[in-house]
Design a protein around this ligand. Structure first.
Ligand code: HEM
Length: 491
């Protein structure tokens, strides 16, 4: 009987080992890949996030897809994305740079880097942007000054000519980063400035283009793509221009009076060098990439969101009425301040709802796991690329009453007071959460309220509200298709 018992125990142990092994090594489910192509043939290459949303309905909230030979684990829905990014932020907190980006950045800067260099650059950028304004009165003043300049630009059209808001908003928003980084703003007709901003917008478009995405997956086949070549050229030109800016700043550097982020970086670099530290992360390439990152991450995103906001106002005039009624009642003619936000619940809800519905960075930026993990019963290996599908959270039917409509009441309670919503994560969450969130929120609030206070936005003559298209263009951030609006003065 003891032999029987031993045999039974062995069998049980084996069953346990096999079942736990197969459980813990189970890859997240997903569509069957074919060699080399992976799941590309079933992918909407212009809007891959749409395919990922479809797949999540079939395979659940943690699933695997193959972009060509590259395996990606996708996380979908509020509960899963939050659990990964917040509860397991150490595990899901590395970045997996696109190949093309890696060729331009070489692991420098903040957005696409990892390890100690990332940590130092992120910390330095955060404290310095704070010192040069982010979250502070000084920053508010800079934004307000820029709002006034933007009003002048919009006024030139005298409410008669319809125009595309795109470039004008990009210039205004870029100037905020210029003030914080270089220590001064530019005039809107300064060719040095306009070329810098225009290149950035073009770069964002190219980064999201199907041919560059294909290059990231199959470099050998798409090495000669025109878009990749153009992107590398743009990056080289921006590099040259920035190095020239840095030289000018270095020549007039006064360590007692830093004008902006670049000055602070140069001073830190000098201090470290003087104390004999030669292997610090404060080197020229990290300065260059961090500055280019702040521009790339901080201008298209905010100006695109503002464009959506104005387009939505023109499309939904009743909602625009309500915003303007609130602004007239609470603010009147004076300049809006950040402190007014709490007294403008409807306007605040409209801004949040714009960010939620437009969901401009649908798959966040690619993350990478820092170690093996069994997550929600699925085994994910160290170094796996992970896409947190932010758009699935911002449109999660379990969290939003009308996920696909423009419905500011998502952020209002019964008494019409503003309410925060935990599934509102356009800036992502956890260790890699957007570094510019507080700056972006301040910019969105001040630009939007100032513009709405001064202008009524309508479609171009002959275009009905229904005809305004909310489909998004293809690019790295989801932006509205080209369109024109009229800005009719209210004051
Ligand atoms: C990263 C959204 C404005 C700087 C990100 C990420 C998102 C995001 C989704 C990726 C997070 C992740 O990987 O999980 C937005 C939106 C903005 C905005 C929606 C405006 C409406 C800004 C501004 C700045 C900025 C104004 C600059 C001051 C950055 C940086 C990162 C980042 C440096 C990389 C953080 C890291 O990898 O550690 N942002 N952002 N963003 N954002 Fe923003």
């Amino acid at each position: 009987s003891s032999t029987f018992l031993l045999g039974a125990l062995t069998v049980l142990l084996l069953i346990y080992l096999i079942s736990s092994a197969s459980f813990s090594t189970q890859d997240p489910p997903g569509p069957r890949p074919i060699p080399l192509f992976g799941n590309l043939l079933q992918m909407n290459l212009k809007r891959p996030y749409k395919t990922l949303l479809e797949l999540s309905k079939k395979y659940g909230s943690v699933f695997t897809v193959y972009f060509g030979p590259q395996k990606v684990v996708v996380l979908a829905g509020y509960r899963t994305v939050k659990e990964a990014l917040v509860d397991y932020d150490e595990v899901f907190g590395d970045r997996d740079p696109f190949l093309i980006v890696h060729e331009m950045n070489h692991g420098n800067g903040v957005v696409w880097s990892n390890g100690d260099s990332w940590k130092e650059m992120r910390r330095f950028a955060l404290t310095n942007l704070r010192d040069f304004g982010m979250g502070k009165r000084a920053c508010e003043d800079k934004i307000i000054e820029e709002c006034q300049r933007l009003l002048e630009v919009f006024k030139k059209f005298k409410g008669k000519i319809s125009f595309d808001t795109n470039q004008r908003l990009s210039y205004a928003v870029s100037n905020i980063i210029c003030s914080m980084v270089y220590g001064s703003r530019f005039e809107y007709n300064d060719p040095e400035f306009t070329s810098l901003v225009d290149r950035m917008s073009r770069g964002a478009k190219l980064l999201g283009s199907p041919s560059v995405q294909m290059y990231n997956m199959c470099p050998a086949l798409f090495k000669w793509s025109g878009a990749r070549k153009e992107l590398l050229e743009l990056s080289a030109t921006s590099t040259k221009q920035n190095r020239a800016f840095f030289r000018r700043l270095q020549e007039t550097l006064n360590p007692q009076m830093c004008r902006g982020f670049v000055d602070a970086f140069l001073v830190r670099k000098q201090t470290l060098e003087e104390s004999g530290i030669t292997n610090s992360h404060f080197h020229d390439d990290n300065l260059l990439m961090t500055v280019m990152n702040l521009f790339a991450a901080g201008t298209e995103t905010t100006s695109t969101t503002l464009r959506w906001a104005l387009l939505l106002m023109a499309k939904y005039p009743k909602i625009q009425d309500e915003v303007q009624e609130e602004l007239s009642r609470v603010i009147g003619d004076r300049q809006v301040q950040v402190a007014d936000r709490k007294n403008l619940p409807f306007t605040d809800a409209v801004i949040h709802e714009t960010q939620r519905l437009s969901s401009i960075i649908p798959t966040a930026l690619p993350h990478k796991t820092t170690r093996d993990i069994t997550f929600q019963g699925h085994f994910i290996k160290k170094g796996t690329t992970v896409f947190p599908l932010l758009t699935s959270v911002l449109h999660d039917p379990n969290k939003w009453e009308r996920p696909h409509s423009f419905y500011p009441a998502h952020f209002l309670d019964k008494e019409k007071k503003f309410v925060k919503r935990d599934a509102f994560i356009p800036f992502s969450a956890g260790r890699r959460v957007c570094l510019g969130e507080s700056l972006a929120r301040m910019e969105l609030f001040l630009f939007f309220t100032t513009l709405l206070q001064h202008f009524r936005f309508t479609p171009a003559p002959g275009v009905s509200e229904d005809e305004l298209d909310l489909t998004s263009a293809v690019g790295f951030t989801l932006s509205p298709l080209p369109h024109k609006l009229r800005a009719i003065s209210r004051m």
